[in-house]
Design a protein around this ligand. Structure first.
Ligand code: ARG
Length: 578
């Protein structure tokens, strides 16, 4: 598209007395494709030219006339619209979309820049539950989006591996260990709940727990040993699930890592005159105008807090990675926490704090029947209930497998049912995170989480598989560059236009930290392609006309590739058969 924007801007610039780049910045897709491939509003010129925008549009259209690569330049109300010569457009777009060396949608806008993405970041000793999925899935997609735009990406898991709850776990663990039991992560959760049950009857246990945590802080060998068991067991379980979800990290740096750095951070804050004592605690107060409660740095008993560790972490991260942006993919509930942390960093005079962003997302709550369905139900932290991620993935897989076996047409699919069920089930769960914008609250129901039909991940995977089968049926290898000029029906050209939009969608999704835009686009692309695919009377893909066949198979291949890139960004596999 850029090439066409540039060509139009070059011609328009002298007529409106603006730099070509500025003119090009005004271009966007026409809301109604009937009007043209792209257009520009004429409001911005009204003042300087002292004319009504509609009159300006009329005049510009007349003066520009029609020149290649455009086949029409028209005024529609206050808009000036351009129609690109279809053959040239199809050739440009589809050959670029099929370029093996450069995935369609990839770009260089992030070249030379670093973004740190902090996501998932669960707390140790609790199994990953459904509410962890949001940060994990959205964060991983954001990391991929940035990478696609050429950024250097540092994917960080800020594990919650410190806090007084470790002392509590140690108290319960010791009792079990005495009985010779080994623990996995579910056992750790049970121990944690057990502690709170026991402590309700026995007040001395809280004191014991505190003593264990103090030992841990002082580096006591036994406390460290237990801590390490808890962390290792937890990581083992987290990583198994990350693998299933196609999620990875470049660094696991837990909160405990910052213990040694905190004093220096607190010193710098004090040196800048920002901290003060308030009711025995060390705090940073904000100016009245900020309308924020003070940020608590150290409690009366000397212990530091989540915020203190985030402050030390921010300084450390900037020192080590020199990021241009640092994204925290964390629930909306932590809004105040991040405003405070960013606020302190800004008051410390760090210009880089402007590159920090809390990428929030809405709340996950539970719909009716969620817990009655044979799911392991347990206390969320102390009370409440959790749905384990592991169970969701298991169930999704089982449901996918039933569906595959019901519908399988060939033995090959049946034989691969197990692996395919995993691909589809996981795909459904992942894609679910993208069926609405991230700030929307989500009500978890099994039907929604395991949706395999309609606007779902499996539907896109199925489309990808169907297109792959067209290519298999065609049999021959497609040439690297194809002459797409035989594509001429309105439906074909709609598909071309839809493919042309993908890079822009990637750009917007990256800028707004909104991978859901990619999901929405992929559903649109599939729908567009299906109009072509199902209209067999007008669009036989493999027919007698060799040139048309190559162009249509090439179009199919281009759509398939865009689907694969898009699904990949979101974290879904793109199966060849289904
Ligand atoms: N462990 C925290 C939680 O479970 C999330 C951490 C997010 N990252 C951060 N740097 N604070 O709520």
């Amino acid at each position: 598209m850029q090439r066409y924007f540039a060509a139009a801007a070059e011609r328009l610039a002298p007529l409106v007395n603006m730099e070509p780049v500025a003119v090009a910045g005004l271009f966007g897709p026409c809301p109604n494709p009937e009007m043209g491939d792209f257009g520009m509003p004429c409001f911005p010129f009204a003042k300087a030219l002292k004319k009504a925008p509609a009159a300006i549009a009329q005049e510009l259209a007349a003066t520009l006339g029609v020149q290649a690569p455009f086949v029409a330049v028209t005024a529609t109300g206050p808009y000036l619209n351009f129609r690109i010569a279809p053959a040239s457009f199809a050739n440009d777009v589809l050959n670029a979309a099929r370029d093996r060396a450069k995935p369609w949608g990839s770009g260089t806008s992030g070249a030379g820049k670093t973004v740190l993405v902090d996501y998932s970041s669960p707390n140790i000793a609790k199994p990953l539950a459904i509410h962890h999925i949001r940060s994990t899935i959205i964060g991983a997609a954001l990391a991929r989006l940035y990478a696609l735009s050429g950024w250097n990406v540092e994917r960080v898991n800020h594990l919650g591996d410190w806090g007084t709850n470790f002392g509590q776990l140690m108290v319960s663990y010791k009792k079990e260990e005495a009985a010779g039991k080994s623990v996995d992560i579910h056992e750790l959760l049970r121990l944690y709940i057990r502690f709170h049950q026991d402590a309700a009857d026995d007040e001395s246990l809280q004191g014991e727990a505190k003593a264990w945590f103090v030992k841990l802080e002082q580096g006591d060998a036994e406390a460290r040993r237990l801590w390490k068991i808890f962390c290792d067991e937890s990581l083992k379980s987290f990583q198994a699930l990350y693998k299933k979800l196609n999620v990875g990290f470049d660094h696991y740096i837990g909160e405990s890592f910052y213990n040694d750095l905190i004093d220096a951070t607190l010193q710098r804050i004090a040196d800048k005159g920002l901290s003060e004592m308030s009711e025995g605690a060390l705090v940073v107060k904000f100016p009245e105008a900020d309308n924020m409660p003070p940020c608590l740095l150290r409690k009366q008993d000397g212990s530091t807090l989540y915020a203190t560790r985030d402050l030390a972490a921010a300084e450390y991260r900037h020192g080590r990675f020199g990021f241009d942006k640092c994204l925290y993919v964390v629930a909306n509930q932590q809004e105040l926490h991040f405003r405070q942390v960013f606020g302190v960093l800004k008051r410390m005079g760090y210009a880089w704090a402007d590159g920090m962003e809390h990428v929030k997302f809405g709340m996950l709550s539970f719909g009716e029947g969620v817990f009655e369905d044979g799911v392991r139900v347990t206390g969320s932290t102390r009370k409440g209930r959790i749905v384990f991620l592991e169970d969701v993935l298991e169930k999704a897989k089982a449901r996918a497998k039933d569906l595959i076996l019901e519908n399988a047409r060939d033995d090959e699919v049946r034989a691969g049912a197990e692996a395919l069920a995993e691909t589809i089930g996981t795909g459904a769960v992942i894609f679910n995170e993208f069926i609405q914008r991230r700030m929307k609250d989500v009500i978890f129901t099994w039907d929604r989480a395991l949706n395999l039909q309609g606007d779902s991940g499996p539907y896109l995977q199925y489309t990808h598989a169907r297109l792959s089968s067209v290519l298999r049926k065609y049999g021959a290898a497609l040439p690297e560059t194809i002459d797409f000029s035989p594509l001429a029906t309105p439906v074909e050209l709609d598909v071309v236009r839809c493919i042309a939009r993908f890079p822009e969608v990637v750009e917007r999704a990256t800028r707004d930290c909104e991978p859901a835009m990619v999901a929405e686009y992929l559903l649109g692309l599939s729908a567009e392609f299906n109009r072509f695919f199902t209209d067999k009377a007008n669009h036989r893909i493999i027919g007698d006309d060799a040139a048309l066949t190559v162009a249509r198979v090439g179009l199919t291949d281009a759509v398939r590739r865009v689907l694969a890139v898009g699904l990949g960004v979101l974290g879904l596999d793109a199966p060849e058969r289904m």
